[in-house]
Design a protein around this ligand. Structure first.
Ligand code: AMP
Length: 340
């Protein structure tokens, strides 16, 4: 396969491996250049305008379908979709004014979290409401834009499920993974998630399959979940390859990237089995000592060629081991090297 890319920045990391057209995602001339002669168009960023994807879809095969972008770009659409396919979610209500917010606090209860419907990620565009009196401050904090109020749930941990669906409807799922965040940004993924209750994998797969079937999805999809005891709640979804699936490059029989390309290219999906206990650690903010990191047994370092900036994901390290205890020692070694 060969690739052509559209990115607003000439410094797009993918420029290292493919032709990049620099332009806005909404620029029709650039979009026309992008799809000229291609077999399929896809995206790996969920804030591509739905109109741009829909415009391309009239001219070329676009996968995942624009309807998936539409669902993922708006938290209210996303929660409604989860509800419709039977994936439980925290209690929530739509909010478009302070009056709505006061009413929503009444129905949803406190503590709660107010989230902008659009363009929030990594904890941005969110305000926690501990008591009804916090309503005005929270509404101002998120910029007085359409939002949803969600009950703050006390979860045991955050998990995600990543699956691929082909045009023929066949699906394949990676094991549930456990995600640890710091300052709202994914820091560590453990794959498979340790100590999973019986049956959770199957239920997560059933939910993800229901979401994909509903959307006529083709490609890789990630759903972020909260585990509460033996139950799963849906938080959000990403219609693309996902940071919590980067471990699959070295840690699974077929990586999420390859399975995405297989799915959108009309090829059979590859096996998703993990090779053993594995972790992915994001390199965030500052340049990391690659030479020290690659010296750690089982570690594989990926640097994206991005300029360091606080809170920016600059790369990741995958760590493999034969057993969970060794994996934990290796994770500790990676974290120590990053902080040294
Ligand atoms: P989000 O942008 O929706 O993924 O939210 C960012 C982070 O905030 C999540 O990874 C959770 O750690 C936390 N969070 C979001 N929604 C809730 C909720 N309803 N209850 C508890 N924590 C939440």
């Amino acid at each position: 396969m060969t690739f052509r890319l559209l990115d607003p920045s000439p410094e797009a990391p993918a420029a290292a491996v493919a032709q990049v057209i620099v332009g806005d995602y909404g620029d029709r001339e650039r979009l026309a250049e992008l799809i000229d002669g291609v077999d399929v168009a896809t995206y790996e960023f969920e804030n591509v305008p739905v109109e741009a994807a829909a415009w391309m879809a009239l001219r070329v095969l676009v996968a995942p379908p624009p309807v998936a972008l539409e669902a993922a770009q708006d938290r209210l659409n996303e929660k409604t979709l989860f509800d419709e396919v039977g994936l439980p979610v925290p209690p929530y209500a739509a909010v478009s004014s302070t009056d709505d917010l006061v009413a929503a606090i009444d129905t949803v209860g406190v503590p709660a979290i107010l989230k902008t419907r659009r363009l929030g990620y990594d904890g941005k565009g969110q305000a926690v409401i501990r008591e009804p009196g916090d309503a005005d401050t929270a509404w101002r904090a998120i910029g007085e834009v359409p939002a949803i109020l969600e009950r703050l749930v006390t979860f045991d941990r955050e998990l995600s499920i990543i699956g691929a669906r082909g045009a023929d409807g066949a699906t394949a799922f990676y094991p549930l993974v456990e995600n640890v965040h710091r300052d709202g940004i994914l820091r560590i993924t453990r794959a498979p998630a340790p100590d999973l209750p019986d049956d959770l994998q199957r239920r997560a797969e059933d939910h993800a399959r229901a979401v994909m079937d509903e959307l006529g999805y083709v490609g890789v999809l990630a759903i972020e979940l909260f585990q509460v005891g033996g139950d799963l709640l849906g938080n959000e979804m990403a219609p693309r390859v996902h940071n919590s699936g980067h471990w699959t490059i070295e840690g699974a029989a077929t990586s999420q990237f390859e399975n995405h390309l297989r799915a959108i290219g009309g090829l059979p999906l590859g096996p998703t089995d993990p090779k053993g206990p594995c972790a992915m650690i994001n390199l965030i903010g500052t340049a990391s000592p690659a030479a020290t990191l690659v010296a750690i047994p089982g570690a594989h370092v990926h640097l994206y060629g991005k300029a360091p900036r606080p809170g920016r994901k600059l790369g990741h390290v995958t760590v493999l081991a034969d057993d969970p205890a060794t994996l934990e020692r290796r994770i500790a070694a990676v974290l120590a090297a990053m902080e040294a």
